[in-house]
Ligand binder design. Sequence first.
Ligand code: SF4
Length: 231
Amino acid sequence: MENEIEILIAALKNNHYHPVVCVEKAASAVPLLLDWIPPDASIEGAGSASVLQVGILDKLRERGNRFSEPGAELTETGATRKDVLLVSTNAVTLDGKFVNIDGMGNRVTGMVYGVRRVILLVGANKIVRDVPEALERVQQVISPFHARRLGMKTPCAATGACSDCNAPHRICNITTIISKRPPSVDFSVIISKEDLGLGWDPSWPAERIERIQTAYGDEMDKFLSTLPKRE
Ligand code: SF4
């Protein structure tokens, strides 16, 4: 893994992301984020499990950052351009491409345009070899698990497998591959050697997969309990 992370960091720097920082423990991302994000910045987190897991949101709120989640509007100033998007990625390839599959598009559009600064928090479990591996993993493994965990009305939530459905609540409507840093966005990346968020390969040891799923599930349960019920 050490070697993979070194290769990835070099690739991300070559792809014009700055800064690119690696932390041993996910919790070490917190002081970096508090330093990088101005106290008066408006932030969108898009419900990222990785962000929830490091426990940064309360600290940002306590010091006065305005924070919005999907479906929630900022309550002040009517700002349409968020200062910071703080999220993760579904997968990152060894040559530094970010691969995401999104339902509404709020997460992926913010990564490429309309937000002043993007900060990605990426666990080692999100690293994949290349784009085909990323797409296969996210579509066939991660999205069905995510849909099932959220209780979505999709075929994969019932079966655990993707059928490339046409369901009204399909969660895989927009696929993006960010090859290099989008030019209008300041884009920083924190790589955590600890796993964070939803990402695994089915060939990994069962204990590691279970740990990832449990950590994700615990945080999402807490997060979802704060949202209005969806039909
Ligand atoms: S395309 Fe449909 S079945 Fe496949 S993962 Fe997405 S929501 Fe599930």
